[in-house]
Design a protein around this ligand. Structure first.
Ligand code: AMP
Ligand code: MG
Length: 424
Protein backbone atom coordinates (compact mmCIF):
# COMPACT_ATOMS: atom_id res chain seq x y z
CA UNK A 1 0.00 0.00 0.00
CA UNK A 2 1.18 3.53 -0.73
CA UNK A 3 1.65 5.65 2.35
CA UNK A 4 -0.05 8.92 1.31
CA UNK A 5 1.54 12.32 2.00
CA UNK A 6 -0.61 15.45 2.51
CA UNK A 7 -1.43 16.99 -0.86
CA UNK A 8 -2.98 20.22 -2.18
CA UNK A 9 -5.93 18.08 -3.33
CA UNK A 10 -6.83 16.82 0.12
CA UNK A 11 -10.26 17.89 1.26
CA UNK A 12 -9.44 18.27 4.91
CA UNK A 13 -6.16 18.06 6.79
CA UNK A 14 -6.29 18.54 10.55
CA UNK A 15 -2.65 19.67 10.69
CA UNK A 16 -3.28 22.67 8.44
CA UNK A 17 -3.06 26.02 10.26
CA UNK A 18 -6.13 28.30 10.06
CA UNK A 19 -5.30 31.54 8.24
CA UNK A 20 -6.44 33.77 11.13
CA UNK A 21 -4.13 31.98 13.53
CA UNK A 22 -1.24 32.21 11.08
CA UNK A 23 -1.88 35.91 10.63
CA UNK A 24 -2.05 36.41 14.39
CA UNK A 25 1.24 34.58 14.96
CA UNK A 26 2.90 36.40 12.10
CA UNK A 27 1.94 39.89 13.24
CA UNK A 28 2.90 39.08 16.84
CA UNK A 29 6.39 38.11 15.64
CA UNK A 30 7.02 41.38 13.79
CA UNK A 31 8.02 44.83 15.05
CA UNK A 32 8.07 48.09 13.06
CA UNK A 33 11.41 49.36 11.84
CA UNK A 34 12.91 51.98 14.16
CA UNK A 35 14.58 53.90 11.33
CA UNK A 36 13.17 57.41 11.14
CA UNK A 37 13.91 60.43 8.96
CA UNK A 38 12.62 63.93 8.49
CA UNK A 39 11.23 64.78 5.03
CA UNK A 40 9.91 67.93 3.37
CA UNK A 41 6.17 68.04 2.69
CA UNK A 42 6.65 67.59 -1.08
CA UNK A 43 8.16 64.14 -0.34
CA UNK A 44 5.68 63.13 2.37
CA UNK A 45 2.87 61.61 0.27
CA UNK A 46 2.60 57.84 0.87
CA UNK A 47 5.10 57.88 3.73
CA UNK A 48 4.25 56.61 7.24
CA UNK A 49 4.28 59.07 10.14
CA UNK A 50 6.77 58.20 12.90
CA UNK A 51 5.39 60.92 15.22
CA UNK A 52 2.01 62.59 15.72
CA UNK A 53 1.39 65.84 13.87
CA UNK A 54 0.26 68.41 16.45
CA UNK A 55 -1.42 71.62 15.31
CA UNK A 56 0.32 74.86 16.30
CA UNK A 57 -2.60 77.04 15.21
CA UNK A 58 -6.34 77.19 14.71
CA UNK A 59 -7.60 76.37 11.21
CA UNK A 60 -9.17 78.57 10.11
CA UNK A 61 -7.09 81.10 12.01
CA UNK A 62 -9.97 83.58 12.45
CA UNK A 63 -13.74 83.68 12.07
CA UNK A 64 -14.44 84.29 8.38
CA UNK A 65 -17.28 84.40 5.93
CA UNK A 66 -18.46 81.21 4.21
CA UNK A 67 -20.36 83.21 1.55
CA UNK A 68 -20.37 86.45 -0.43
CA UNK A 69 -22.71 88.84 1.44
CA UNK A 70 -22.84 91.35 4.27
CA UNK A 71 -21.36 91.00 7.76
CA UNK A 72 -23.58 92.35 10.52
CA UNK A 73 -24.20 91.95 14.22
CA UNK A 74 -27.19 89.68 14.88
CA UNK A 75 -28.76 92.50 16.95
CA UNK A 76 -29.36 94.36 13.65
CA UNK A 77 -31.78 91.68 12.40
CA UNK A 78 -35.34 93.07 12.62
CA UNK A 79 -37.89 90.98 14.51
CA UNK A 80 -40.37 91.65 11.69
CA UNK A 81 -40.40 93.38 8.29
CA UNK A 82 -37.20 95.03 7.11
CA UNK A 83 -34.29 97.02 8.51
CA UNK A 84 -31.99 99.49 6.75
CA UNK A 85 -28.31 99.33 7.74
CA UNK A 86 -25.49 101.76 6.89
CA UNK A 87 -22.83 100.23 4.64
CA UNK A 88 -19.53 101.21 6.29
CA UNK A 89 -16.88 99.30 4.29
CA UNK A 90 -15.67 96.13 2.59
CA UNK A 91 -13.84 93.02 3.86
CA UNK A 92 -12.06 91.16 1.06
CA UNK A 93 -10.47 87.71 1.38
CA UNK A 94 -6.94 88.70 2.41
CA UNK A 95 -7.81 92.37 3.09
CA UNK A 96 -9.77 92.73 6.34
CA UNK A 97 -11.99 95.67 7.36
CA UNK A 98 -10.23 97.08 10.41
CA UNK A 99 -12.90 99.18 12.20
CA UNK A 100 -15.56 98.11 14.69
CA UNK A 101 -19.04 97.50 13.35
CA UNK A 102 -22.04 98.49 15.49
CA UNK A 103 -25.75 97.68 15.50
CA UNK A 104 -27.38 99.27 12.44
CA UNK A 105 -24.18 98.94 10.37
CA UNK A 106 -23.03 96.41 7.74
CA UNK A 107 -19.81 95.54 5.91
CA UNK A 108 -19.73 94.13 2.38
CA UNK A 109 -17.86 90.81 2.77
CA UNK A 110 -16.57 88.16 0.39
CA UNK A 111 -16.01 84.42 0.96
CA UNK A 112 -12.96 83.94 3.17
CA UNK A 113 -13.01 87.57 4.36
CA UNK A 114 -12.26 87.95 8.10
CA UNK A 115 -15.37 88.83 10.14
CA UNK A 116 -14.90 92.46 11.26
CA UNK A 117 -14.93 93.23 15.01
CA UNK A 118 -18.54 93.47 16.23
CA UNK A 119 -20.00 91.17 13.55
CA UNK A 120 -21.16 87.56 13.97
CA UNK A 121 -23.53 86.94 11.05
CA UNK A 122 -23.33 87.02 7.25
CA UNK A 123 -26.49 87.72 5.24
CA UNK A 124 -25.96 86.35 1.73
CA UNK A 125 -26.04 88.90 -1.10
CA UNK A 126 -29.08 87.24 -2.73
CA UNK A 127 -31.17 88.23 0.36
CA UNK A 128 -30.13 91.90 0.47
CA UNK A 129 -30.96 95.14 -1.40
CA UNK A 130 -27.87 97.36 -1.76
CA UNK A 131 -27.92 101.00 -3.02
CA UNK A 132 -24.20 101.56 -2.44
CA UNK A 133 -24.63 103.41 0.87
CA UNK A 134 -27.28 101.35 2.63
CA UNK A 135 -28.52 97.80 2.61
CA UNK A 136 -31.93 96.45 3.43
CA UNK A 137 -32.30 93.06 5.15
CA UNK A 138 -35.39 91.35 6.48
CA UNK A 139 -36.37 89.25 9.49
CA UNK A 140 -35.53 85.98 7.69
CA UNK A 141 -31.80 86.59 8.35
CA UNK A 142 -30.51 84.02 10.88
CA UNK A 143 -28.13 84.97 13.71
CA UNK A 144 -24.65 83.41 13.37
CA UNK A 145 -25.26 82.06 9.87
CA UNK A 146 -22.64 81.69 7.08
CA UNK A 147 -19.65 82.14 9.37
CA UNK A 148 -16.75 79.67 9.62
CA UNK A 149 -15.56 79.72 13.21
CA UNK A 150 -11.85 79.93 14.09
CA UNK A 151 -10.55 76.39 14.82
CA UNK A 152 -13.66 74.64 13.49
CA UNK A 153 -11.53 72.46 11.18
CA UNK A 154 -8.50 72.01 13.46
CA UNK A 155 -7.87 73.44 16.93
CA UNK A 156 -4.50 74.68 18.14
CA UNK A 157 -2.81 71.90 20.18
CA UNK A 158 -4.89 69.13 18.62
CA UNK A 159 -3.06 65.93 17.64
CA UNK A 160 -4.46 65.83 14.14
CA UNK A 161 -2.60 62.93 12.47
CA UNK A 162 -1.21 60.00 14.41
CA UNK A 163 1.98 58.00 14.30
CA UNK A 164 1.44 55.00 12.02
CA UNK A 165 -0.66 56.91 9.49
CA UNK A 166 0.26 56.45 5.83
CA UNK A 167 -0.10 59.95 4.46
CA UNK A 168 -2.90 60.47 1.93
CA UNK A 169 -3.43 63.51 -0.30
CA UNK A 170 -5.85 64.94 2.28
CA UNK A 171 -3.30 64.49 5.08
CA UNK A 172 -0.60 66.34 3.16
CA UNK A 173 -3.15 69.12 2.59
CA UNK A 174 -4.01 69.20 6.31
CA UNK A 175 -0.31 69.43 7.24
CA UNK A 176 0.16 72.23 4.69
CA UNK A 177 -2.83 74.09 6.14
CA UNK A 178 -0.96 74.16 9.47
CA UNK A 179 2.13 75.72 7.87
CA UNK A 180 4.20 72.64 8.78
CA UNK A 181 7.00 72.10 6.26
CA UNK A 182 8.64 68.84 7.43
CA UNK A 183 7.38 65.60 8.99
CA UNK A 184 8.98 62.67 10.83
CA UNK A 185 8.47 59.45 8.85
CA UNK A 186 9.78 55.90 8.87
CA UNK A 187 12.51 55.13 6.37
CA UNK A 188 11.33 52.89 3.51
CA UNK A 189 11.67 49.18 4.13
CA UNK A 190 14.15 47.27 1.97
CA UNK A 191 12.53 44.23 0.36
CA UNK A 192 14.59 41.77 -1.68
CA UNK A 193 12.78 39.32 -3.92
CA UNK A 194 13.62 36.49 -6.27
CA UNK A 195 11.83 33.74 -8.14
CA UNK A 196 12.95 30.12 -8.26
CA UNK A 197 12.67 27.50 -10.98
CA UNK A 198 14.73 25.79 -13.68
CA UNK A 199 11.78 26.24 -16.03
CA UNK A 200 11.78 30.03 -15.87
CA UNK A 201 12.87 32.33 -18.69
CA UNK A 202 13.63 35.92 -17.77
CA UNK A 203 12.18 38.56 -20.06
CA UNK A 204 15.48 40.41 -19.93
CA UNK A 205 17.11 37.44 -21.72
CA UNK A 206 14.35 37.09 -24.26
CA UNK A 207 14.39 38.45 -27.80
CA UNK A 208 10.87 39.21 -29.02
CA UNK A 209 9.92 36.80 -31.78
CA UNK A 210 12.09 33.96 -30.44
CA UNK A 211 10.08 30.91 -29.42
CA UNK A 212 10.12 29.64 -25.87
CA UNK A 213 11.82 26.22 -25.57
CA UNK A 214 9.55 23.29 -24.65
CA UNK A 215 8.81 23.18 -20.94
CA UNK A 216 10.02 26.74 -20.26
CA UNK A 217 7.75 29.58 -19.17
CA UNK A 218 8.19 33.30 -18.75
CA UNK A 219 8.95 34.48 -15.24
CA UNK A 220 5.80 36.51 -14.60
CA UNK A 221 5.92 36.33 -10.80
CA UNK A 222 8.92 38.62 -10.53
CA UNK A 223 7.08 41.31 -12.50
CA UNK A 224 3.93 40.91 -10.44
CA UNK A 225 5.92 41.10 -7.20
CA UNK A 226 7.87 44.15 -8.37
CA UNK A 227 4.57 46.00 -8.98
CA UNK A 228 2.97 44.89 -5.72
CA UNK A 229 6.04 46.09 -3.81
CA UNK A 230 6.10 49.38 -5.72
CA UNK A 231 2.56 49.98 -4.44
CA UNK A 232 3.84 49.83 -0.86
CA UNK A 233 6.54 52.43 -1.43
CA UNK A 234 9.31 50.10 -0.29
CA UNK A 235 12.82 49.98 -1.70
CA UNK A 236 12.49 46.81 -3.79
CA UNK A 237 15.63 44.83 -4.68
CA UNK A 238 15.12 42.50 -7.65
CA UNK A 239 17.51 39.54 -7.29
CA UNK A 240 16.45 37.77 -10.47
CA UNK A 241 15.80 34.07 -11.01
CA UNK A 242 17.47 31.48 -8.79
CA UNK A 243 17.82 27.99 -10.27
CA UNK A 244 16.59 24.87 -8.48
CA UNK A 245 19.70 23.80 -6.60
CA UNK A 246 20.83 24.10 -3.02
CA UNK A 247 23.98 26.10 -3.68
CA UNK A 248 22.30 28.93 -5.61
CA UNK A 249 19.31 29.02 -3.28
CA UNK A 250 21.51 29.25 -0.19
CA UNK A 251 23.70 31.98 -1.70
CA UNK A 252 20.65 33.99 -2.80
CA UNK A 253 18.90 33.74 0.57
CA UNK A 254 22.07 34.75 2.37
CA UNK A 255 22.68 37.76 0.12
CA UNK A 256 19.04 38.82 0.35
CA UNK A 257 19.03 38.61 4.15
CA UNK A 258 22.17 40.76 4.33
CA UNK A 259 20.78 43.64 2.26
CA UNK A 260 17.06 43.61 3.10
CA UNK A 261 14.57 43.83 5.98
CA UNK A 262 12.21 41.46 4.17
CA UNK A 263 12.91 38.66 1.69
CA UNK A 264 10.13 37.41 -0.60
CA UNK A 265 10.56 34.41 -2.90
CA UNK A 266 8.24 32.50 -5.23
CA UNK A 267 8.26 28.76 -5.86
CA UNK A 268 10.11 25.86 -4.31
CA UNK A 269 8.15 25.69 -1.06
CA UNK A 270 6.12 22.51 -1.50
CA UNK A 271 7.48 19.07 -0.65
CA UNK A 272 8.66 18.12 -4.17
CA UNK A 273 12.24 17.05 -4.91
CA UNK A 274 13.05 20.33 -6.70
CA UNK A 275 11.76 22.48 -3.86
CA UNK A 276 15.00 23.81 -2.45
CA UNK A 277 13.72 26.93 -0.76
CA UNK A 278 12.05 24.84 1.95
CA UNK A 279 15.15 22.78 2.56
CA UNK A 280 17.68 25.61 2.58
CA UNK A 281 15.43 27.80 4.64
CA UNK A 282 15.06 25.08 7.24
CA UNK A 283 18.86 24.99 7.51
CA UNK A 284 19.42 28.75 7.63
CA UNK A 285 16.47 30.23 9.44
CA UNK A 286 13.75 29.71 11.97
CA UNK A 287 10.51 28.57 10.39
CA UNK A 288 7.23 29.86 11.84
CA UNK A 289 4.65 28.02 9.81
CA UNK A 290 4.18 26.06 6.65
CA UNK A 291 0.91 24.54 5.61
CA UNK A 292 -2.04 26.87 5.69
CA UNK A 293 -5.70 26.00 5.58
CA UNK A 294 -6.19 28.23 2.54
CA UNK A 295 -6.65 27.96 -1.18
CA UNK A 296 -4.83 28.95 -3.23
CA UNK A 297 -1.54 29.13 -1.38
CA UNK A 298 -1.36 26.23 0.98
CA UNK A 299 2.42 25.95 1.15
CA UNK A 300 3.82 29.19 2.52
CA UNK A 301 6.97 29.64 4.54
CA UNK A 302 7.47 32.40 7.04
CA UNK A 303 10.36 32.96 9.40
CA UNK A 304 13.60 34.77 9.95
CA UNK A 305 16.87 34.52 8.09
CA UNK A 306 19.31 36.59 10.17
CA UNK A 307 17.39 39.77 11.02
CA UNK A 308 15.29 39.67 7.88
CA UNK A 309 11.69 38.47 7.79
CA UNK A 310 11.36 35.80 5.14
CA UNK A 311 8.30 34.84 3.07
CA UNK A 312 8.52 31.83 0.79
CA UNK A 313 5.44 32.12 -1.43
CA UNK A 314 4.15 29.32 -3.64
CA UNK A 315 5.06 29.34 -7.35
CA UNK A 316 1.62 29.43 -8.93
CA UNK A 317 0.97 33.00 -10.09
CA UNK A 318 -2.46 33.42 -8.44
CA UNK A 319 -1.20 31.84 -5.22
CA UNK A 320 1.67 34.36 -5.25
CA UNK A 321 -0.75 37.28 -5.39
CA UNK A 322 -3.23 35.87 -2.86
CA UNK A 323 -0.59 34.95 -0.27
CA UNK A 324 1.17 38.26 -0.85
CA UNK A 325 -2.08 40.19 -0.26
CA UNK A 326 -3.10 38.18 2.82
CA UNK A 327 0.30 37.92 4.53
CA UNK A 328 3.19 39.82 2.96
CA UNK A 329 1.40 43.11 2.32
CA UNK A 330 0.04 43.40 5.90
CA UNK A 331 3.46 42.35 7.25
CA UNK A 332 5.23 44.98 5.14
CA UNK A 333 2.75 47.58 6.34
CA UNK A 334 3.32 46.56 9.96
CA UNK A 335 7.12 46.61 9.55
CA UNK A 336 6.83 49.99 7.79
CA UNK A 337 5.20 51.36 10.95
CA UNK A 338 1.59 51.47 9.68
CA UNK A 339 -1.26 50.90 12.09
CA UNK A 340 -3.91 50.08 9.48
CA UNK A 341 -2.61 46.86 7.97
CA UNK A 342 -5.43 44.39 7.34
CA UNK A 343 -7.31 44.11 4.03
CA UNK A 344 -10.84 45.53 4.02
CA UNK A 345 -13.44 42.75 3.84
CA UNK A 346 -17.04 43.63 2.94
CA UNK A 347 -20.12 41.41 2.65
CA UNK A 348 -21.70 40.74 -0.72
CA UNK A 349 -24.40 38.50 -2.14
CA UNK A 350 -23.04 35.87 -4.50
CA UNK A 351 -24.60 35.77 -7.95
CA UNK A 352 -22.72 32.58 -8.81
CA UNK A 353 -22.66 29.03 -7.58
CA UNK A 354 -19.15 28.61 -6.15
CA UNK A 355 -17.59 25.19 -5.77
CA UNK A 356 -15.74 24.65 -2.53
CA UNK A 357 -14.96 21.83 -0.09
CA UNK A 358 -14.90 22.44 3.66
CA UNK A 359 -11.56 22.64 5.47
CA UNK A 360 -9.74 25.60 3.94
CA UNK A 361 -10.58 29.29 3.53
CA UNK A 362 -10.75 30.14 -0.17
CA UNK A 363 -9.89 33.32 -1.99
CA UNK A 364 -11.65 33.15 -5.35
CA UNK A 365 -11.60 35.79 -8.06
CA UNK A 366 -14.76 37.87 -8.39
CA UNK A 367 -16.35 40.85 -10.08
CA UNK A 368 -18.36 42.91 -7.62
CA UNK A 369 -20.93 45.54 -8.44
CA UNK A 370 -23.69 47.49 -6.75
CA UNK A 371 -27.08 46.24 -7.97
CA UNK A 372 -29.94 48.61 -8.83
CA UNK A 373 -31.48 47.94 -5.39
CA UNK A 374 -28.23 49.07 -3.72
CA UNK A 375 -26.95 45.65 -2.61
CA UNK A 376 -23.36 44.64 -3.23
CA UNK A 377 -23.30 41.61 -5.52
CA UNK A 378 -20.38 39.49 -6.65
CA UNK A 379 -19.98 37.05 -9.52
CA UNK A 380 -17.21 34.55 -10.13
CA UNK A 381 -14.71 35.17 -12.95
CA UNK A 382 -15.08 31.48 -13.81
CA UNK A 383 -12.50 28.71 -13.49
CA UNK A 384 -10.31 29.21 -10.42
CA UNK A 385 -7.04 27.36 -11.10
CA UNK A 386 -4.06 28.80 -9.18
CA UNK A 387 -2.16 29.10 -12.46
CA UNK A 388 -4.77 31.24 -14.23
CA UNK A 389 -3.30 34.67 -13.62
CA UNK A 390 -5.66 36.28 -16.13
CA UNK A 391 -8.47 35.62 -13.62
CA UNK A 392 -6.81 38.23 -11.35
CA UNK A 393 -6.84 40.76 -14.18
CA UNK A 394 -10.53 40.08 -14.91
CA UNK A 395 -11.45 40.35 -11.23
CA UNK A 396 -11.99 43.51 -9.19
CA UNK A 397 -12.07 41.69 -5.84
CA UNK A 398 -11.25 38.51 -4.02
CA UNK A 399 -14.23 36.46 -2.86
CA UNK A 400 -13.50 35.19 0.66
CA UNK A 401 -15.26 31.95 1.59
CA UNK A 402 -14.85 30.75 5.17
CA UNK A 403 -13.04 27.48 5.84
CA UNK A 404 -16.05 25.50 7.06
CA UNK A 405 -18.32 26.44 4.13
CA UNK A 406 -19.28 23.60 1.80
CA UNK A 407 -20.06 25.38 -1.47
CA UNK A 408 -21.87 28.67 -2.13
CA UNK A 409 -25.30 28.97 -3.76
CA UNK A 410 -26.54 32.08 -5.60
CA UNK A 411 -28.05 34.37 -2.94
CA UNK A 412 -25.60 33.29 -0.20
CA UNK A 413 -23.51 35.97 1.52
CA UNK A 414 -19.74 35.89 1.06
CA UNK A 415 -16.85 38.19 1.96
CA UNK A 416 -15.25 40.40 -0.69
CA UNK A 417 -11.94 42.22 -0.59
CA UNK A 418 -12.01 45.05 -3.18
CA UNK A 419 -8.88 45.63 -5.24
CA UNK A 420 -9.40 49.42 -5.38
CA UNK A 421 -9.76 52.00 -2.66
CA UNK A 422 -10.80 55.60 -3.32
CA UNK A 423 -7.70 57.33 -1.99
CA UNK A 424 -5.14 54.52 -1.93
P1 AMP B 1 6.61 25.51 -7.58
O1 AMP B 1 5.89 25.92 -6.35
O2 AMP B 1 8.01 25.98 -7.66
O3 AMP B 1 6.50 24.03 -7.80
O4 AMP B 1 5.83 26.19 -8.80
C1 AMP B 1 4.53 25.81 -9.13
C2 AMP B 1 4.17 26.26 -10.53
O5 AMP B 1 4.07 27.66 -10.55
C3 AMP B 1 5.21 25.96 -11.61
O6 AMP B 1 4.99 24.71 -12.15
C4 AMP B 1 4.98 27.04 -12.61
O7 AMP B 1 3.96 26.65 -13.50
C5 AMP B 1 4.49 28.20 -11.79
N1 AMP B 1 5.56 29.16 -11.55
C6 AMP B 1 6.56 29.03 -10.65
N2 AMP B 1 7.34 30.11 -10.66
C7 AMP B 1 6.82 30.97 -11.57
C8 AMP B 1 7.18 32.27 -12.02
N3 AMP B 1 8.23 32.90 -11.52
N4 AMP B 1 6.42 32.85 -12.97
C9 AMP B 1 5.34 32.22 -13.45
N5 AMP B 1 4.94 30.99 -13.07
C10 AMP B 1 5.67 30.35 -12.14
MG1 MG C 1 9.60 25.45 -8.74
Amino acid sequence: MIEKQPSCDDVSEPELMPVDEARHRLFAALKPTARVESVGLSKAFGRVLAADVVSTMDVPGQNNSAMDGYAINASSIPSSDEATLALVGTAWAGTPFDNDVGTGQAVRIFTGGIMPAGTDTVVIQEHVRDDGEHIVIDSDAVAGKNVRQAGEDIECGQSILHKGRKLEASDVGVIASLGITTVEVYKPLKVAFFTTGDELRSLSEHTPGDSLPQGMLFDSNRHTLACLLQNEGVEAIDMGIVRDNEKDTRAALQRAAEVADVVVTSGGVSAGDADFVTRVFHEMGSVKFWKLAMRPGRPLAFGKVGDAAFFGLPGNPVAVMVTYLQFVKPAIRLLSGMDDIEPLTLSAVSESKLRKSPGRIEFQRGVMRVDTDGTLKVASTGKQGAGRLSSMSQANCLIVIDAQVDGVQPGDTVGVQPFHGLLN
